[in-house]
Design a protein around this ligand. Structure first.
Ligand code: A3P
Length: 317
């Protein structure tokens, strides 16, 4: 496979021109600029990454891409997928496991940020196979021919609460109502959430070998079984010997919220290039926290949006 070593200046200028012509707004209560690209509200600085993914990224047959909306369990799935795929070199109980000294996002390249930087395409092309990467981009922006995509989706009311709590780590005074409205209106970051979810859902129905559709709540209910599904999906099922040796349990334990959040690397410091505290990625990690933050009217409104947008799609929350 060949990938251009660098985005040429001309391509860079084209991307900038394209971005500046797109509708713009701020993510609710923050200074994050969003641009509406092909129907989705992407962070402005990542739009060139969407263009690069669609036009230039050459997928390899053994690439694995983790995809999600923010706050749906990305960090957890990154950790589980990394620990699963790297288990031969790094057994989960090993004292030198990378997850003991790196945040899960530092073990898995973030395509949206990487491809928006100068030199990012070349860095991606230089990674050894099999590459594990993650993105928040909608399905329509993935490179054509992506072979293995693992999507995680989460109950929308809990996702909205998690998003607000995450934003509060930088803006403690931010009201929940603004974030909530933007999610319901389809204008939150990488939204509308229903189109994001449906893009991957439909792809998973059409090509179950290409897109594995996971749910955060299912991961909570039975992490081990979902790790086994993930391993089978990426073509690296656990052997009987591994099962007997407790490798699945080891991966689940290593990647559990309690384990990750207590690591020094996840308690301190900021996320490289993204600027938020690493500890903001680890909060409650439960299903149903929405009930502690939403009025019954808010819950009803969101449930109506969900019922309307997911009618006859086969998805229920
Ligand atoms: P809450 O805010 O509801 O607690 P993302 O990684 O996509 O940003 O999602 C963040 C959500 O996943 C947060 O949810 C966070 O607490 C939860 N989370 C992070 N690591 C987790 C883990 N190892 N197990 C379960 N949930 C986790």
């Amino acid at each position: 496979t060949t990938v251009p070593a660098e985005r040429s200046l001309e391509e860079h200028d084209d991307a900038m021109l394209l971005v500046s012509a797109l509708p713009i707004k701020l993510a609710a209560g923050t200074k994050l600029k969003l641009r509406c690209y092909e129907g989705f509200w992407l962070p402005e600085r990542f739009v060139p990454a969407a263009v690069a993914m669609q036009r230039r990224l050459v997928p390899r047959p053994d690439d694995v891409v983790i995809a999600s909306l923010p706050k749906c369990g990305t960090t957890w799935l990154n950790a589980l997928a990394f620990a699963t795929m790297a288990r031969r070199s790094y057994p989960p109980a090993g004292a030198d496991h990378p997850l003991l000294r790196l945040n899960p996002h530092e073990c898995v390249p973030f395509l949206d940020a990487l491809l928006a930087e100068a030199g990012g395409e070349a860095r991606l092309a230089a990674l050894p196979s099999p590459r594990l990467m993650y993105t928040h981009m909608p399905h329509a922006m993935l490179p054509r021919g992506s072979k293995k995509v693992v999507y995680v989706c989460r109950e929308p009311k809990d996702t909205a609460v998690s998003l607000w709590q995450f934003r509060r780590s930088a803006h403690p005074e931010i009201p929940f109502g603004d974030t909530f409205d933007s999610v319901c209106d389809g204008g939150s970051t990488y939204g509308p959430f229903w189109d994001h979810v449906l893009g991957y859902w439909r792809a998973s129905l059409e090509c179950p070998d290409r897109v594995l559709f996971l749910r955060y709540e299912e991961l909570l209910r039975d992490p081990g079984e979902n790790v086994r599904r993930l391993a089978r999906f990426v073509g690296a099922p656990f052997s009987e010997a591994e099962e007997e040796a407790g490798v699945v349990r080891g991966i689940v334990e290593l990647c559990s919220l309690g384990s990750l959040r207590n690591m020094e690397v996840n308690r301190t410091g900021l996320m490289d290039g993204l600027g938020f505290p690493r500890k903001a990625l680890f909060r409650k990690g439960v299903a149903g926290d929405w009930a502690n933050h939403m009025t019954p009217e808010m819950a009803r409104r969101m449930d109506e949006v969900v019922a309307d947008k997911f009618r006859d799609t086969g998805i229920t929350f």
